[in-house]
Every structure is written in structure tokens, then in C-alpha cells.
Design a protein around this ligand. Sequence first.
Ligand code: CA
Ligand code: CA
Ligand code: CA
Ligand code: CA
Length: 386
Amino acid sequence: MFGIVLSLAGAALTSQAAPEPIARKIVVFKSGVLNESDREAVIKKFGGVKIKDLKLINGKAVLLPPKAERALAKMEGVLRIDDDVVVEALVRGGISAKPAPSQPAEKLPWGVDRIDAEKVWVTTTGDPIKVAIIDTGIELAHTDLAANIKGGYNAINPLRSANDDNGHGTHVAGIVGAIDNEIGVIGVGPKIDLYAVKVLDKNGSGYLSDIIEGLDWAIDNEMQVVNMSLGTASNVLSFQDAVKRVNAAGIVQVAAAGNSGKAVIYPAAYSEVIAVSAIDKTDTIASWSSRGPEVDLAAPGVSIYSTYKGQTYATLSGTSMASPHVAGAAALVLTQTAKCDTDGNGICSPLEVQQRLEITAEDLGITGKDNLYGFGLVDAEQAIIQ
Ligand SMILES: [Ca+2]
Ligand SMILES: [Ca+2]
Ligand SMILES: [Ca+2]
Ligand SMILES: [Ca+2]
């Protein structure tokens, strides 16, 4: 009797509230309880509509009426329900200058020069390491990138190409691996194999579930490094679970620390991911670069000139621009197994690559590891040649 009264009171309260929008959620299942059709059925039963399967984390992205969430979470075989949070590209402000005209004479960008990547190209140019750019896509026809782009995937719409409709991913890709060809710019590793994994839309934002699907693609397609110049302040267990599995697959993960000037955001803050802060031309941390004990390395991230959509070039700032300097350096290290395989098992694990980059970094700020620069400025020359 009492229970009925309570539930009626609850119904009266909710009927007065504004109708809630359908929420985008990630439903994670326990393994081995429900088969595939039972999983689909339980989502439908609660008014949910499946968007996509997330096999990496044993889940599904769904549209769910908010009122159904608690009851669905209690169903047999359902482990938990996470928010499918919005994740943003970590560029700061807009384009600082009008995009440069198509195919200007080549120059060495200051960031690539500062980490002394150009000094290792006699030894390695990153060929044939596979780096996935988890981003807004890459301009597939850009003359300074096309020959290095070996594939891709559009997690937002698998029927479409991973071409970049924003420009951010094209900029990031050029920092990692623009071609040494007399035009435009040169990347950290000018023969790195680039893969465009489109998870962010034309406004530079996307859903966590699309990023998780992109990470799953990276495992299935044997990527060796993934760059994530993106993040969210929300710590979602599904994201942490995904990066742990990518790490277990032996893939080096590098991410932007964030542009808030405050705590390091996710995924950079996870221990399996190399978190990169941004410095300017004077080796000083950018005021807006996120900071904390999770920062592992620093890299150039202020006024970085690189490839941009529309066959152009642009100068951008953000920890988005710092992360790909480290991703490129990680790819260069991976070509030199003897430099990173400290346990001698013949392969360089993500942790071994990270430690190689850390012990060879140029210490900045206060002596030793610190909250602004981590172990210091990534130094490609020291990591590969020393
Ligand atoms: Ca240099
Ligand atoms: Ca070039
Ligand atoms: Ca090893
Ligand atoms: Ca230091």
C-alpha cells in the first residue's frame, strides 16, 4: 500500500517536469550472460534504440529514455550504463592567420625542428610504422599528405570516407607525417603510414562511443601508435576500459593534456596514455596547457604551422598540436627496436616506448619530473640516436 502511494507521488512529480530528451548512453554487458539477440531485446524492452555495437568494451551505444536507465541497469546481464559524453578537439581558439595559399615552398616547422626530428631522418623516417589519427579525419587528397595516407575509417558514418570536413585532423596529421617533398611542411616522421580515423564531426566534437569504435578499429587494423588530440573532463569507465584494452593490444597511445590550464583531462589522464603538455618557442609552458602529475612529456604546441583542409596550411595552437609531436617521435622509436626493447623480448611495448621517450627528454622547469612539463621536452634525436 505504502509503495503504491510513493510511486503515485513520483508519477505526479515527473508529470509536472518538462519532458526529458532521449539520452545517448553506453550500455555495458556482463560477459557470458546474455546472447546477442537477448541483449538487443532488453534494450528494446526499455524503449532504447541501438546506435552501434562496441565490441571493444562488450557494450552498445544506445538512445535511451532517461526514465528507463535505472531499471535497465538492474537487468540481468547488464553490467552498467555510462554517459556517452561529448569529446572535443583540443585546438585553442581559431586559425590565427588566413590559411596559406596552396603548396608554398617547403619549410621545417619550428616544432619539428625543436624536437630535432630532422636530425634522425638519415637513420629513420618512420617507415613503415602505422599511426592512427583519431580525429576529424584527414584531407585524403592533400598533396603534402596523400602518399602517406594508407587507409582509414569513419566511425560517425561508416558509409562515408574519413575525409576531414573540419581541418583539425589534417593539421594533426601533418605534424606527425607530412611528406618531405619541396612543398609546405615536413612532419616528425615524413614516411610514417597515416590512417584517418574520423570520430569528430565538422565542428570538432564527437561522442565517446565513436572514439571507442575508432580505437577498436585501430586494434583490428594493427595500428602501432594512436594519436588522440581530443578529450573530455568526464572520467567515464568505458573510456578507461577501452584505453586499457588498446594498451594490452600493444598500441602506444598519445593524447593532448587539455587546454584549460587546470587538471589533465581524459584520455590523457589515464596511466596507459602518454599525456602531452604544450610549450612555446621559448620552451615555456602555455598558460592554458593543462597540468598535474599525469603530464608525461611536453612538446611544441603554440603557433604550429601545418597542413590544413582545402589544400592549404594553417597556424594553430593547443595541446592538440603538442600530442602529434610525441606520437611521431614514438613511431620513430618503434623503428629502432634495440633502443626501446629493455626486457629483450624482441618487441617494444607501449610502456617501453614511453620510458624511452621519458629518459631521453630534455628536462624543463624545476629539476626532474614536474606537473607542467612531465619528464620534459620530447627529444627525437636523443630517443633514436643516443
Ligand atoms: Ca632541430
Ligand atoms: Ca612537404
Ligand atoms: Ca620488450
Ligand atoms: Ca622538470
